[in-house]
Design a protein around this ligand. Structure first.
Ligand SMILES: Nc1ncnc2c1ncn2[C@@H]1O[C@H](COP(=O)(O)OP(=O)(O)O)[C@@H](O)[C@H]1O
Ligand SMILES: [Mg+2]
Length: 441
């Protein structure tokens, strides 16, 4: 009995070894150099069409095969589910089909190899949905477009149990955000590997194609997409410029709550999506944004409890107008629920999204943000952008709906409501004016 068991194990080991060799054999020379150079944590900056996605999926399969833990599980993350399905899923199916007995699940975007190794795709649409998983290796494809906490709070902890590894791949997108952070960590840490592959150096894309790409793009775009430059801004972004000027003006810094001042909240309430909340104080015309939070799959009572635990002294809660809609199941509006939970709710005025985006641009120029507590929210504001219409090749007149929408919408509700409304002056007697008769400020 024993002998036959160990014999089976040997056969499995041998076949997994030959499978691994087979996977690696698919790598092109540059890809092979990346694979050979890698350590536990890795960032690969490479031009468009380098073969990043193919490389990452081959490495992922190889990591799954090489894993000696029980029930190996590896993950591939894209910014959105749509991208995961469109960009990576067909490659996963193509390469795992090399191994007999592989089963694929279209709904979960999951492939299970004959020996039980799982290769699963995921997205940053709702980062908190991935909390609690364990992983032996994760790939972050285009982390420049993911909320920073996708790594820090969700995926990094998932690797801890079994000392899993990570590969972040993509093109740069401005000197901020998750990819920029990871890249800096990689170049400053001994146990991280980082690679940069520019189109002018790899010859993967031929000269004719590069000339044609250069004609179709601005210099900044070309340098970003083909030469790995961090200097270009996010394409189609609504507020990147104003956020950049806040950064340069030192307005993204340490912003602590002022003792004795009320903290207000601006809220975007998601039903199927995340709920986002900005915490801020007013200082005349200036809006001091001290904190930011997102909640997924949480009811209002739990959200309000989280606010309590943050320990601020609260003033108003600004919420979108649709909180006045009655719930079909309970007949109660979310406005009522919030009020019953003790919140002093202001409903943001209704208006078009595009107008609101313009108003917000002006409003943001009068804001300061706490860099650490608002990190994910700030990144959402920088990256909030128009929908890219591939078919017609133009930017649509509506925002892209992705992880940036929640923080951006909550900020828009704040901007269109304005700070004046929060001062709560109505009905307060201004005693300094008593001798001139009663004045309502
Ligand atoms: N090892 C490989 N073998 C065969 N084709 C490859 C390989 N690597 C990349 N390709 C092809 O090159 C093209 C670009 O690859 P992709 O991974 O999508 O690039 P990137 O993600 O860097 O833009 C795709 O058509 C892909 O099929
Ligand atoms: Mg790619």
């Amino acid at each position: 009995m024993r002998r036959s068991k160990s014999k089976t194990k040997q056969i499995v080991e041998r076949s997994s070894l030959s499978n691994r060799t087979e996977v690696v054999a698919h790598l092109r020379p540059h890809q092979r150099a990346v694979y050979d150079g890698m350590s536990r944590f890795n960032t690969l900056l490479a031009h468009r069409r380098f073969g990043k996605t193919v490389l990452a999926i081959l490495i992922l399969i190889e990591k799954a095969l090489a894993c000696e833990e029980r029930r190996p599980q590896v993950h591939y993350y894209c910014p959105s589910y749509k991208q995961a399905k469109r960009v990576a899923w067909s490659y996963v199916k193509e390469f795992t089909a090399l191994f007999p007995g592989t089963q694929t699940n279209e709904l979960e975007l999951k492939a299970t190899l004959a020996d039980g190794q799982v290769i699963q795709l995921g997205s940053a649409d709702n980062p908190d949905d991935s909390r609690g998983i364990y992983s032996d290796f994760v790939v972050l494809d285009e982390p420049a477009q993911m909320p920073p906490r996708m790594w820090t709070e969700v995926l990094r902890p998932a690797l801890s149990d079994r000392k899993g590894g990570m590969l972040a791949i993509g093109t740069p997108s401005g000197r901020h955000g998750l990819f920029y952070d990871l890249y800096n960590q990689a170049i400053n840490s001994k146990d991280w590997w980082s690679g940069v592959y520019r189109a002018s150096e790899t010859a993967v894309v031929d000269e004719e194609e590069l000339i044609s790409a250069r004609r179709a793009m601005s210099k900044a775009e070309y340098d970003q997409e083909y030469e790995c430059s961090w200097d270009a801004a996010v394409k189609g972004s609504y507020w990147a410029e104003v956020m950049q000027s806040l950064e340069i003006g030192g307005k993204i810094t340490s912003v602590l709550p002022t003792y004795g001042k009320q903290t207000h909240i601006a809220l975007d309430l998601g039903i199927n999506d995340a709920t986002a909340a900005w915490f801020f104080q007013t200082d005349g015309e200036l809006c001091r944004v001290i904190d930011y939070a997102e909640y997924t799959n949480m009811g209002l009572p739990d959200i309000v409890e989280d606010w309590r635990q943050r320990g601020y002294t609260y003033g108003k809660v600004i919420a979108p107008h649709d909180i006045q809609v009655r719930s079909l199941s309970t007949g109660v509006t979310r406005h009522q629920t919030l009020t019953e939970l003790g919140c002093d709710v202001i409903v943001a005025p209704k208006g078009t999204v595009i107008e609101g985006i313009d108003v917000t641009r002006g409003f943001l120029s009068k804001c300061m943000f706490d860099r650490d507590k608002c990190a994910d929210g700030i990144e959402a504001l920088r990256q909030y952008r128009a929908d890219w219409q591939d078919k017609r090749g133009v930017l649509a007149l509506r925002p892209l709906h992705d992880w940036t929408s929640h923080g951006a919408d909550a900020m828009r509700y704040l901007a269109v409501t304005g700070l004046d409304t929060l001062e709560n002056r109505w009905g307060q007697i201004d005693y300094s004016q008593m001798d001139k008769g009663l004045v309502y400020a």
